[in-house]
Design a protein. Sequence first.
Length: 676
Amino acid sequence: MAADGRKGFLNVYNFIPFQEKKSEKYKDEDRHTGVIRYNITTKTPLFIPNTSNADAYDKEEHKSYDFFSYTELEGKTKYKQVYEPVIPGSELRGMVRNLYEILTGSCMSVLNSEERPVKRTAEIFKPALIEKRGDGQFVLISAKECIFREYDNKERDTYAKTKFHEGEQVYFKEIPRFGKSKSGNTFSVTSLVTECSRQKGRKFPDEGYLIKGMKSPDGKNRKHNARIFMVMDKEKLSAKKRKDMIERILEEKDLERLSLVLTSYQKQAKEEESYQEQPQTEEGSYQEQPKAKKDSYQEYKEAYDKFRRGDGEQYFPVYYSLINEKKEKSNEYLYLAPAKITKEVSNVTIGKLAGEFKPCEKVQHACPACDLFGMVGESNEESCGSRIRFSDAHVEKKMNLESYYLKDIALQELASPKLGNTEFYLKRPDGADFWTYDYYVKGGEVILAPGKIRGRKFYWNQPDVRMPNSVKENLRNKTVRPVRDKIVFEGELYYDGISEKQMRQLIWILNGGSRIEGEDDIVYKLGAGKPLGLGSVELKVTEVKERILEEKNGYLSYSNKVQEKYKNIGTYLENGFSEECRKEFFNMTSFERLKGIHITYPVTEEQKEFSEEGLTEGYKWFVQNHRYYKYITGQQKVNCNSILGPDKMPQKRVQHKTMKELPKADEICTMPYKLL
């Protein structure tokens, strides 16, 4: 959809694509030393926190920050005094390095290469036990699942009160249960257990391992069941059931990924612990997210860690899901989890998906950005220092200090990036209904293939941003005092021993382009609150000086001279920047062309009027963006001609149907509010 603020929204971020191959450092041998002076003009309010005090405005149970200055703010004092704002050189360096990496096809130096994305899945996981054998191997085997309810009464909260621990071996008597089909046929359902013991006896002939899980998703003690997993006797099973059983030696990476799932739940709980409502977020779920709780499988994690150390029982209960595309072990993915409705941790790291664009590790293979800005490699020998230095930037004109600032305001809550939001972070495979970092679904089949990341995350400018005045203060958000728009700062970049090509590239970036037609609307993003529209800044070079070595009367001397030749800055392509991301870069740094467009995290038709004040249900658009194919159980396949609404609960990966994905940034395209 073309950009139309009346019919749709522009997501606050998009991605600038990688070029085909990472660039290598330049081989130019000429060397230049000097200083580039430039101005920074705020186009929207700017905020960079003075982190010396997170309680600058004496807000109870709420963080508050003043703008960065050279004043150390201490203690619980309500700061009424105003200080001269300063933009630290480290902030400018980070912004310029990011731009330089994009434009020169360099690596992503701040990428967390070892991170494995986590995403919720619709698949119902199966019960299993991890067996620790005498040779030290851990083996995953299928298990029989029983419901453990100390009282056969669903209204009793017996789940949390059980005296048994996670993973503990218990003894009981299995109570078989049966159901009837519409045709009158009898079939078995999950067996029931109502009483357990730590001692085996005539009353407790069966044995298994307890898995309690978390409380109800709403946080109330409604959950009345725990589960017990039993070792299955192959001799008593039918041929079909024996064929479906799993017995698989687990590798260290399998065990570690279960730990990552547990860590993910605990991280979610920590983020949600301090507030009551859902924050504005870029939620990546196929359905409304249940909140994690304080316990967040903590007891399960402790028992699992103990089991891995060899201090626990012989078996440990777990749920699993196996994607085996061609029934070959070399072409399968295994997922382990503490629940049957759960999350998947990707088999591949972000670094692997980024390929050669992950952070450089060796000096001899450094990219242009690492060669210029410096890098920390595998060792001291594989590291190199920076050849440029950014000074702090100070206000150009001395004014009444209060004139620099807006009044202090509470900002909307911002969540951490949700990499599980694959319709935004990954390219859609050709014809795919649904896709993740490990696989995609097409025509009712799961196809194993690593996801393709879109590129480098980048935030749009928001020229029509309005600072909210009714955001409630809580433990999750912050009160800040931003610098207003149209304030000019002066900064300096010192360069030492760089080539003329590198020097001209830096001048182009610090000037916001060549300023000729087509390169006269370039505005960058700086500081905090970028998703909220803060931090749009326009840069302009005011002077370039170069240190010149001269011989006079038999003596060598240095002098810093203004270089007028650099006023001819040259175009984007003349400076050797990447052709492959040119359109996206100019679109995403545009300011004037974005006026009149609604730029926000995804919102529904009903939510769009409130997006500026912060959303408490930021997941709603994503819920509507997912539909589901009807699953035909008897045929074990989906009916691709029957699509169910987002209110239905899927049970298979193959049921997923993602409606919309993030448009490419080579055009300024909005996304629809209404998906139903």
